[in-house]
Design a protein around this ligand. Structure first.
Ligand SMILES: C[S@@+](CC[C@H](N)C(=O)[O-])C[C@H]1O[C@@H](n2cnc3c(N)ncnc32)[C@H](O)[C@@H]1O
Length: 221
């Protein structure tokens, strides 16, 4: 699915979210409270959409993990255009080759929704393993806005309207329709936070724009 979406993902994302995706990436990185010189792991990094915000934080190195060959190729192209040290790893974020306790911070925007609860558990354990003690993580995801008056309209927009935008740009309605399906079954970071607590992480949930997106933020105690 992500290989097919790769070439249009950035554009469809920006158009369909009215630019909110960029604000939310900025907030995802901000929640991580990254110090200058930090080594940061960008999990499910896509084509490196979070990197401009990490660059602004003056990180010393980004380790980008994504398993889609198309997204990784786009990362390689992007990495040539930015003055950042980037270690690109084409691998599964639920089973990484990174050494234990090797990164200061973990960020991840919009990658949680396609993980099953079992994969989320493996993912949380990997975050616990690779983070240094006291290291922070921040994960962001589109959510169901269950408690918002216009929540039903928003969910309809994600499930039915975004696929139409995908059809215009990609000529393929199915993979963007699946994103809506995944978003609905994901629910929100509130639903999945116990999975991260069970992995031994300290977790809090932040709501953004009436719960249209939620963030799972915490530390490796
Ligand atoms: C919706 S995109 C998000 C990309 C980017 N982080 C952003 O801010 O837009 C989700 C990405 O997660 C990747 N992904 C999903 N599951 C993964 C897994 N288990 N391991 C590694 N990458 C994964 C996909 O290949 C895709 O590039």
């Amino acid at each position: 699915m992500f290989d097919r979406m790769g070439p249009t993902y950035d554009l469809v994302n920006r158009v369909s979210s009215f630019g909110f995706c960029e604000l939310w990436r900025y907030q995802c990185v901000r929640h991580a409270q990254i110090q200058p010189g930090a080594v940061v792991c960008d999990l499910m990094a896509g084509s490196g959409e979070c990197w401009p915000y990490l660059r602004y934080r003056k990180v010393s190195k980004i380790i980008a993990v994504d398993f889609s060959p198309v997204m990784v190729r786009r990362q390689q192209l992007r990495s040539k255009r930015v003055d950042l040290l980037i270690d690109i790893r084409k691998e599964n974020a639920t089973k990484m080759s990174l050494p234990s306790h090797s990164v200061d911070c973990v960020v991840g925007a919009f990658g949680l929704k396609t993980l099953s609860d079992e994969s989320l558990s493996a993912f949380a354990q990997e975050i616990r393993r690779v983070l240094k003690t006291g290291g922070r993580f921040s994960l962001f995801e589109i959510s169901n806005a269950d408690r918002w008056f216009f929540g039903a309209l928003y969910r309809w927009y994600v499930a039915s309207f975004i696929p139409q935008i995908g059809r215009i740009f990609l000529g393929d309605i199915e993979c963007y329709r699946m994103l809506g399906v995944y978003t609905q079954s994901f629910g929100s970071c509130e639903r999945v936070s116990p999975i991260f607590e069970r992995a031994g992480l300290k977790v809090e949930v932040h709501h953004h724009f009436f719960g249209c997106a939620t963030a799972l933020v915490g530390i490796n105690p």
